[in-house]
Design a protein around this ligand. Structure first.
Ligand SMILES: [Zn+2]
Length: 576
């Protein structure tokens, strides 16, 4: 099966020096630790993992277990690739050559190339074709379940996909075309870019939160569910992730959706709180009823009560007609209160009373109306400190904090970036009628290294802009990505940060060493004043223009920051 574009692809070296690779493996019984590429490893009994796999299949079903194992493999592969490539100084040929051997050293399989891996990171082309012999997963699957109708090397396929996706910076999918578990003499896998796979959806389901929508679909047969499901499906394309932190959120959302519990979504701006809330609504029993949202920060303080609770004619000057508020419009459904911390104190009091009593009064009305609304609230501030500062009612906080879900920022789930980029590139290429070949190597590296203060929303905006700017039939390069003038991605020394995900979660941005950042700024010949300007604009962007919050980030008083912003504005140096 030679690849049509094989001519301009790099081939990996055939000869592997195991001594070179084995230096990354350390046995240190005195400390009770085995490490591979500085990650703690466990020499676990194969039959134990086999028993766990079997029990999961019995309890969760084959599909859910397949998704889980594929995802676990994806994470392992991605982590190994990033660490190995960093250790090899960014030499992709060597990293690709060592990858299959590393898996052999871990005891999972014996690789035999039909076609060695060939790749070109500039064009995104990739091709690989391997036999897998004595695959651990195929052997135990066949022993436990007999010959099956589908391939069974889930964790292994996930590993290969994660490994190559990390190195190529775009989704590379490995598919099993033959498997010992299906009765073949040996397993065989081919790897190629996602968009070249005709049946990609089926293989990619483990990365989308397929189970997220599949659960209610399997359970519910009522046709009335269809609208809710369509809505969920519409929201879900962006809810993609193979990272642990993302899947924890997906798990919590699925668990709480069928209940009526109040949910409090927290997380930075742009992490997708509204999308998660719509998915939550669509997966729950109120799916066919309205989903109404209100951004408490976007409505003037003196109008917010009328907007939320409705108003009776003559209640105040200008109230010439009676109209229902968002609560009444959400009746039977879900009300999403975004930026809840911006709700003024008097409205907080009224909201609390209403939640306690289950009935509301319109502004200027004496009539009491029963309400039946599920509440989802969201905030990008820490509500506890808002309570301490006297800006948020403690009793309302406890009323809302029934089921808190923290959505991680994008920089803490970087392994999802290639998947999200792929989704957004497809979306905007279709929308603008363009053919985009992919991302250049440099562009992928910048996306890895960037800190993503604006999270997924920022990523989507950047990709939309890049698709517009890129040549038709061309690929996306760095200048297309960070063309707004406001971004200065700090590139890491190696293509992939070696310590980007250690055992302990890193402080946001901590993976970029300060000294390196400073070197970069100097290399870019930035003046001290420009560097200050960048810090200020970045702080303002992170806090969505909230001057007080930005001042706290910069360890300035609000007035000091105001002065600097005004001064810069007057000089026209911050023309955003
Ligand atoms: Zn197999």
């Amino acid at each position: 099966m030679p690849h049509p574009a094989a001519g301009h692809l790099h081939s990996i070296p055939r000869e592997i020096d195991d001594r070179e690779l084995s230096k990354y493996v350390r046995f240190d019984p005195d400390s009770g630790q085995i490490t591979v590429l500085d990650q703690r490893m466990l020499l676990i009994h194969g039959f134990t993992l086999a028993a766990l796999r079997r029990e999961l299949i019995e309890r969760l079903g084959v599909e859910a277990t397949r998704e889980l194992f594929t995802r676990l493999g994806y994470q392992q592969g991605m982590e190994d690739a990033r660490r190995l490539n960093a250790a090899e100084g960014g030499d992709l040929k060597r990293t690709f050559a060592y990858g299959p051997r590393l898996r052999e050293m871990q005891g999972f399989v014996r690789n035999q190339a039909v076609d060695q891996i060939q790749f070109n990171q500039e064009t995104g082309d990739f091709w690989g074709d391997y036999y897998w012999e004595s695959s651990w997963e195929a052997d135990i699957h066949r022993a436990q379940f007999g010959v099956s109708g589908a391939p069974a090397c889930w964790m292994m396929v996930g590993y290969a996909t994660g490994f190559t996706t990390a190195l190529m910076g775009r989704p590379i999918l490995w598919r099993e075309v033959e498997c010992v578990a299906m009765g073949h003499a040996r397993c065989r896998v081919v790897g190629q870019p996602l968009e070249e796979c005709d049946d990609a959806e089926a293989h990619l389901s483990f990365l989308q939160v397929e189970d997220f929508i599949a659960t209610p679909r399997r359970r519910a047969t009522r046709p009335a569910r269809a609208t809710g499901q369509e809505e969920a499906a519409r929201q879900l394309p962006d809810l993609i992730g193979a990272s642990n932190s993302f899947n924890e959120v997906a798990y919590l959302i699925k668990r709480v959706a069928p209940t009526d519990a109040t949910v409090l979504l927290t997380g930075e701006s742009g992490v997708g709180k509204e999308r998660f809330s719509k998915a939550l609504h669509a997966l729950g029993p109120r799916a066919e009823r309205p989903f109404i949202s209100i951004n408490c920060a976007a409505i003037p303080h003196d109008l917010v009560e009328a907007e939320l609770f409705g108003v009776e004619k003559g209640a105040f000057t200008g109230a010439t007609v009676s109209r229902p508020g968002r609560f009444e419009r959400a009746s039977g459904g879900t009300l999403f209160l975004d930026e809840i911390s911006s709700l003024p104190l008097h409205a907080q009091g009224k909201l609390l009373r209403m939640l306690q009593e289950g009935e509301l009064e319109r502004v200027g009305d004496t009539q009491v109306r029963p309400i039946d609304v599920r509440i989802i609230a969201a905030t990008n501030r820490d509500l506890r400190s808002e309570v301490e500062a006297g800006r948020f009612r403690e009793d309302l906080f406890f009323r809302l904090n029934v089921f808190p879900v923290k959505i991680p920022p994008l920089r803490e789930r970087r392994e999802d970036i290639p998947l999200l980029v792929d989704t957004f590139v497809k979306r905007y290429a279709t929308r603008f009628g363009k053919n985009i070949a992919g991302l250049s190597r440099n562009a992928s590296e910048k996306l890895w290294a960037y800190d993503w203060p604006g999270n997924i929303r920022e990523l989507e905006n950047i990709i939309e802009r890049a698709v517009i700017l890129a040549e038709n039939d061309g690929s996306i390069d760095v200048e297309h990505l960070f063309s707004g003038g406001e971004e200065v991605p700090l590139t890491l020394p190696s293509p992939i940060p070696a310590d980007a995900r250690s055992e302990a979660p890193l402080r946001p941005g901590a993976e970029i060493p300060i000294q390196h950042a400073i070197d970069r700024l100097l290399d870019a010949q930035l003046s001290l004043e420009e560097a200050e300007g960048l810090m200020i604009t970045t702080a303002l962007r992170r806090t969505e223009g909230n001057l007080s919050a930005a001042a706290r980030l910069l360890k300035l008083r609000r007035g000091q920051l105001q002065y600097r912003v005004d001064k810069r504005g007057a000089e026209g140096s911050e023309g955003r």
